[in-house]
Design a protein around this ligand. Sequence first.
Ligand SMILES: [Zn+2]
Length: 332
Amino acid sequence: MRHVDTWKDWQEAQPQVVPMLVASIQKNRLAHAYLFEGEAGSGKHEVALLMAKRFFCKEHNGAEPCHACSDCLRIEHGNHPDVHQVAPDGQSIKKEQIEYLQKEFTYRGMESAAKVYIVSHVDKMTASAANSLLKFLEEPQGQTLAILLTENGASILPTIRSRAQQMRFLPPSQTQIASKLVAEGIEENQALFLAALTGNKAYAKALAEGDWSFQARTVVLQLMHELFTRPDLAAITLADKWIPLMKERLQQEMGLEMMLLWLRDLLYIQAGKQDKLVYADNKSKFDELALSTSQHTIRAAMSHVLEAKRHLSANVSIQLVMERLLFTIQEG
Ligand SMILES: [Zn+2]
């Protein structure tokens, strides 16, 4: 089934930006240039496309475009003649790319006088491209809308910043990251886990490619459960599975982070917040453990894991760090 982004879809994720844009559209007071700042995955491009659709759609209902007319569909498929999208050609956005837009602009719309420009990674413009863009923004002719996108607002020239209406997008939530991963075919439990672990969609996606993260998740579930039920087995799981799997420093740090997420889940269960679980498929085991484990014990275990992270970054061997960690958690 085709999914279409609507204003409602982005309202929850961007509770500041979306109502402002919707209100401007409804009052017919759109600025002629916007600067969208925010992390990858925060919805800048989706919102820019929504604005472009609404800009051209004749069947719109309030701020919402119809998503079905030929303007809407062509924008969705990236082949609307009056919606121009510019992205870096290699490392940078070059002057010629902006000049091309200007030329297009002087010929006026192929279908109408209206045009929408969406420039991604606008911080990657060369100095001369930035100059061309500035001229462009200084002389708004006709009915145009320019939407500039950046993940790196600190690198935007003040002269460009001052000519565009600035909109700051909030970073994407773990739930948003997870649902995007699921949409790209990653299994739901794994998607939730990777989103919580990384807080970053691209990183989560990269981790999902191999089977390391899947194995690590399984081993952490086993190790932690044993630690709280059969500590004698935990020592074996540590030596036989955890240590061999966590070869690199980064993996070892992530392994400790996975343990923290597990402990936090146990706290969530005790607080009745089942919907927050990262290891949702482990709920029945958490339910049992939550009855026999005090909140004090869980919090103490979390601080031991944080201590282990510090030892690891002080170059203590992983073997020592982990043995000591299991021991201190058992001791409470
Ligand atoms: Zn439409």
